[in-house]
Write a protein that binds this ligand. Structure first.
Ligand SMILES: Nc1nc2c(c(=O)[nH]1)N[C@H]1C(S)=C(S)[C@@H](COP(=O)(O)OP(=O)(O)OC[C@H]3O[C@@H](n4cnc5c(=O)[nH]c(N)nc54)[C@H](O)[C@@H]3O)O[C@H]1N2
Ligand SMILES: Nc1nc2c(c(=O)[nH]1)N[C@H]1C(S)=C(S)[C@@H](COP(=O)(O)OP(=O)(O)OC[C@H]3O[C@@H](n4cnc5c(=O)[nH]c(N)nc54)[C@H](O)[C@@H]3O)O[C@H]1N2
Ligand code: SF4
Ligand SMILES: [Mo]
Length: 728
C-alpha cells in the first residue's frame, strides 16, 4: 500500500499557452467568417449526453463553428449554447497535452511528462500485476460518455465485470428501476417523452430549460405554443415554472405525498383510464386500497399544497389523458427513497393511460445494428455485485460509491481503477474522504481525461484524450421517435500529443496480449463494417452524418391492442411482487424528509443553461457567458441575515464543512427554507486556470448521503447549510 498525495498539476509540469482569456479577446479580432473556403464534418455533440448530431464548420481549415444537423430529432437542427461552445473545448489552452506519470523525488510526489510508449507500458504493467496477484476481475472501470465504450470493451476482454457510471447511482438509476418494475422497461435516453403531442405535462422537479436537453426543450416549446396545460412542482420558481399554468412550490422532499394524493383523487373520482388499467395492469385493487389513506387534505400537511389545487391539477391531468405526460425526471437521486418516487410517477402515468400513447411515453426502437464479431469475453470471476455485498438487490449496474468503498483497505476487493471521463470527487456526493482512502489502498489508478480535472490529481498515470471533435467514437444509435444512426468523426487532427480513446484502449489491449479483441487498426474499420451491415457505409456517413431508418414496430399502442409488458406478470405492475419479495414496499410509501435544523436551509442545486456539470466551467467560450454560480436566497431569509444581492458569503453545512465564498442573489423565486446554486463550480485544480476556486462546489457540502436501499442511488438533497459572512 502506498499513500498518494493529491497532485495539483499546476506546479508539476509546464502549462504553456496563453491564459485562456487570450482566446476570448482573440475571437473578437478574427476577420468576418464566410469569405474563405468552407468545409463541414459530421459530429455528434459530446458537451452533454443528449447526443445531438451536428456539423463542424471550418473555413480555410480553421475552426469556425459547430451547428446542428437539420432533420435530427435530438437537435432539431440547432445546437444549444454548450454545443455551440464545443470549439472552446478544442481550443482550451488548459487541456491535458502529454501523458503524465506519478514519480517520487526526494520523498515528494509529482507528475512527470512521459512518452506514450512509456505511459502505456506503465499502465499495462500495472494492470497485469493486479491480474497476476489478485485476478483481472479486481480492476474496476468508472466511466461516463461515449468513449467509455472502448474501455469497457478492453476490460471485458481482460476479465473484469465491474463497471460503474455516474449516470446510474448519481442520476437516472432510480427512475430506470422504478419504471422497469412498473412497465418492464426503463425510460432510456433520450427520455421517451412525447411532449410534442402532449396536452398536459407535469414536471416534478425537472427544470427543463435550465436542464438543457436540446430536443426536449424544443418539444416542450412546441407544446407551449399549443397551449398545453403545464403543471410544475418545484420549490423554486424555475424558468419552466414561469411558463406554467400551475406552479406548486412544494415543501422539499415531500413529492411522494403529492403523488399519492393525486392517485387518490384519480381513483376516488373515477378519473383514471379504466379500460387501459383493465387491459394492461395488475394490482389495481390493492393500489386503490393503499391510496385511499392519502387524500389531498393529508398531503396538504406534508407538502403545503392546498387540497383544492391538488384536486384541480389531478382533474386537469385526467381531462387531457392519455395525452398527459407525468415527466419521469432524469436526475432522480434526491432523498434516498427515489426508486419509490419514480415508481409513484410510473403508476400515475399508468392510471392516466399514458405509457405507449400519443402525447405520453412513446415506444422505443433502435436501429438493429450488428455488433462487431469479437471473440466472446471471458466470464469474470466476480462482478460489481461483489462491491454491493448483498445490498441494493435491484441494482442493474455498479453503484459507484459502493465500488469506491470496496477499494478501501488492505483486503479490499478492488486493486486497480480505470477512470474515463468522470470527475469522481465532484460527481459522487460525500465521496472525498472515501476517495482519498481508496486511492491510498489501490495498487494502480489510471485516469483518461481531456482536462486537468480534480480526478487526475489522484492518478498514477494520466492519459490525455483528444476531444470529441478530434476523434471517431461508436455510432450514435439512440431510440428517438424515428430510429437513426449518426456519426462522430474527427474534424481536426488531435492537438498536442492527445489521442482518441479507441486508440488508447487498443494500445493497452495489445500490451495485455488481447490482440484478438483488437483485430482492426483503426476504429473507422469497425464503423464501416457495422454500417455496411445495415446498407450504408462509412463513406456515406462521412458525407451525410445522419441516416434515418424506417421503424419496424409502432410508436404507440394501437387501440385495444394486447401488449405483453416485460414484467414478470406480463402486465403493468401497480403492485410489485418483485419489490415485496425483496423485502420492500410493493406500493410506494411516503417517508417525511429529515427536519431542517434551526437557522439552516435546504441545499438545493441544479443546472444552468451555459454549463454541463464540472466539465465545461473552464471552457473559455462558455466561461464568458457564465463565469461563476450564484446563491439564490429568499428576501425573508436575506433580511434575517442581512444579506444583499452581490455580497459574498460562505456556507457551512450541518457537519461543519465551510465552502468558498459565493455571490448572493436575493430573489422571491426560491422558498425561504431553501437556497439554490448551479452544480459544477468551485474547482480545486489550479491547472483549470479560468475557474480555479471560482464559485462554490455543491458536492463539497453534501456530506450526508442516504442510499436508496433498492438500487443504491446516492441522495443529494438531504443536506442543510447556514451562512458565514465571507470576511469573517
Ligand atoms: N445545461 C445543462 N443541462 C443539463 C445538464 C447540465 O449539466 N447542464 N445535465 C443533464 C443531466 S445528465 C441531467 S440528469 C439532467 C438533470 O435535470 P433534471 O432532471 O431536471 O434535474 P433535477 O435535479 O431533477 O431537477 C432540479 C430541479 O429540482 C428542483 N427541486 C429541488 N428539490 C426538489 C424537491 O424536493 N421536489 C421537487 N419537486 N423539486 C425539487 C430544483 O429546484 C430544480 O429546479 O439535466 C441534463 N441537462
Ligand atoms: N453535487 C452534485 N453532484 C452531481 C450532480 C449534481 O447536480 N450535483 N449531478 C449528477 C449527474 S445527473 C450526473 S449525470 C453526473 C455527471 O458526472 P460526470 O460526468 O463525472 O461530470 P463532470 O463533472 O462533467 O466530469 C466529467 C469529466 O470528464 C472529462 N471529460 C470531458 N470530455 C471528455 C472526453 O471527451 N474524454 C475524456 N476522457 N474525458 C472527458 C472532464 O474533463 C471531467 O473530468 O454528476 C452527478 N453528480
Ligand atoms: S443538448 Fe447541447 S450540449 Fe447536449 S448534446 Fe445537444 S447541443 Fe450538445
Ligand atoms: Mo445526469
Amino acid at each position: 500500500m502506498k499513500r498518494r498525495d493529491f497532485l495539483k498539476l499546476s506546479a508539476t509540469f509546464g502549462a504553456g499557452g496563453a491564459l485562456p482569456l487570450g482566446l476570448i479577446s482573440g475571437c473578437a479580432e478574427h476577420p468576418l467568417p464566410g469569405s474563405g473556403r468552407v468545409t463541414r464534418t459530421p459530429t455528434v455533440c459530446d458537451m452533454c449526453f443528449w447526443k445531438c448530431a451536428g456539423w463542424v464548420v471550418q473555413e480555410d481549415g480553421e475552426p469556425w463553428k459547430v451547428v446542428g444537423h437539420a432533420g435530427d430529432l435530438h437537435s432539431g437542427g440547432r445546437l444549444c449554447t454548450r454545443g455551440t461552445g464545443g470549439i472552446g473545448a478544442y481550443l482550451d489552452p488548459d487541456r491535458l497535452r502529454r501523458p503524465l506519470v506519478r514519480v517520487e523525488d526526494h520523498g515528494r510526489q509529482r507528475f512527470k511528462e512521459v512518452s506514450w510508449e512509456e505511459a502505456l507500458d506503465t499502465v499495462a504493467h500495472g494492470l497485469k500485476r493486479v491480474a497476476e496477484r489478485h485476478g483481472a476481475d479486481r480492476v474496476a472501470l468508472f466511466s461516463h460518455g461515449a468513449g467509455g465504450h472502448h474501455f469497457k470493451h478492453l476490460l471485458r476482454a481482460f476479465g473484469s465485470g465491474s463497471f460503474a457510471a455516474p449516470s446510474y447511482a448519481q442520476c437516472r438509476g432510480p427512475r430506470e428501476v422504478g419504471f422497469q418494475l412498473t412497465f418492464g422497461e426503463g425510460v432510456g435516453s433520450p427520455d421517451r417523452t412525447d411532449m410534442a403531442h402532449s396536452r398536459c405535462i407535469v414536471l416534478i422537479g425537472s427544470h427543463i430549460g435550465e436542464n438543457l436537453h436540446n430536443g426536449q426543450v424544443q418539444t416542450l416549446t412546441e407544446a407551449l405554443y399549443r397551449e398545453v396545460t403545464l403543471i410544475t412542482v418545484d420549490p423554486r420558481f424555475s424558468v419552466v415554472a414561469s411558463k406554467s399554468r400551475y406552479w406548486l412550490p412544494i415543501k422539499p422532499g415531500t413529492d411522494l405525498a403529492l403523488l399519492l394524493a393525486w392517485m387518490h383523487v384519480l381513483i376516488d373520482e373515477e378519473l383514471y383510464d379504466r379500460d387501459y388499467i383493465q387491459r394492461y395492469a395488475t394490482g389495481f385493487e390493492p393500489l386503490a386500497e393503499h391510496v385511499r389513506q392519502f387524500p389531498p387534505e393529508w398531503a396538504y400537511l406534508e407538502t403545503g399544497i392546498a387540497p383544492q389545487t391538488i384536486r384541480e391539477t389531478a382533474r386537469e391531468m385526467a381531462r387531457a389523458a392519455p395525452a398527459t405526460l407525468v415527466h419521469p425526471g432524469r436526475h432522480t437521486t434526491w432523498w434516498g427513497d427515489d426508486t419509490q418516487r419514480a415508481r409513484a410517477i410510473a403508476i400515475l402515468n399508468a392510471l392516466l393511460g399514458s405509457w405507449g400513447r400519443k402525447g405520453g411515453l412513446y415506444l422505443q426502437e433502435r436501429v438493429d445494428l450488428p455488433k462487431y464479431p469479437y471473440p466472446p469475453y471471458p466470464k469474470p470471476k466476480s462482478t460489481f455485485k461483489a462491491a454491493h455485498r448483498g445490498r441494493f438487490p435491484l441494482a442493474e449496474a455498479g453503484v459507484s460509491n459502493a465500488l469506491v468503498e470496496a477499494s478501501i483497505g488492505r483486503d479490499a476487493h478492488y486493486k486497480a481503477w480505470v477512470v474515463y471521463g468522470t470527475n469522481l470527487p465532484v460527481t459522487i456526493p460525500g465521496v472525498r474522504p472515501l476517495l482519498k482512502a481508496a486511492i491510498d489502498s489501490l495498487d494502480f489508478v489510471v485516469v483518461i481525461d481531456t482536462m486537468p480535472a480534480e480526478i487526475t490529481g489522484y492518478a498514477d498515470v494520466v492519459l490525455p484524450e483528444c476531444t470529441y471533435l478530434e476523434r471517431y467514437d461508436e455510432l450514435r444509435n439512440a431510440p428517438e421517435r424515428r430510429p437513426s444512426l449518426a456519426l462522430r468523426m474527427p474534424a481536426f487532427a488531435p492537438r498536442h500529443e492527445t489521442k482518441p480513446g479507441w486508440w488508447i484502449a487498443r494500445e493497452i489491449g495489445l500490451r495485455l496480449g488481447l490482440d484478438r479483441y483488437f483485430p482492426w487498426k483503426d476504429y473507422a474499420e469497425v464503423l464501416d463494417w457495422q454500417l455496411r451491415k445495415v446498407g450504408s457505409s462509412l463513406e456515406e456517413m462521412q458525407r451525410i452524418g445522419l441516416k434515418h431508418f424506417p421503424r419496424q414496430t409502432p410508436l404507440y399502442l394501437a387501440e385495444g391492442e394486447d401488449y405483453p409488458f416485460a414484467t414478470p406478470s406480463g402486465k403493468i405492475e401497480l403492485y410489485s411482487r418483485t419489490l415485496a419479495q425483496a423485502g420492500f414496499d410493493p406500493m410506494p410509501r411516503y417517508t417525511p424528509p429529515p427536519e431542517r435544523p434551526a437557522g439552516y436551509y435546504h441545499l438545493n442545486y441544479g443546472r444552468m443553461p451555459a454549463h454541463t456539470f464540472s466539465r465545461t466551467t473552464n471552457n473559455p467560450l462558455l466561461f464568458q457567458l457564465a463565469p461563476e454560480n450564484v446563491l439564490w436566497v429568499n428576501p425573508i431569509t436575506a433580511e434575517q441575515w442581512g444579506l444583499r444581492t452581490g455580497q459574498r458569503v460562505r456556507l457551512k453545512n450541518q457537519d461543519g464543512v465551510v465552502s468558498l465564498p459565493i455571490r448572493v442573489r436575493v430573489t422571491e423565486r426560491i422558498r425561504p427554507d431553501s437556497v439554490f446554486m448551479a452544480h459544477g463550480f468551485g474547482h480545486r485544480s489550479p491547472r483549470l486556470r479560468l475557474t480555479f476556486q471560482v464559485g462554490v462546489d455543491d458536492s463539497a457540502l453534501m456530506t450526508h448521503v442516504p442510499l436508496d436501499p433498492i438500487m443504491g442511488a446516492t441522495a443529494m438533497r438531504a443536506n442543510f447549510v447556514t451562512f458565514v459572512k465571507a470576511d469573517a
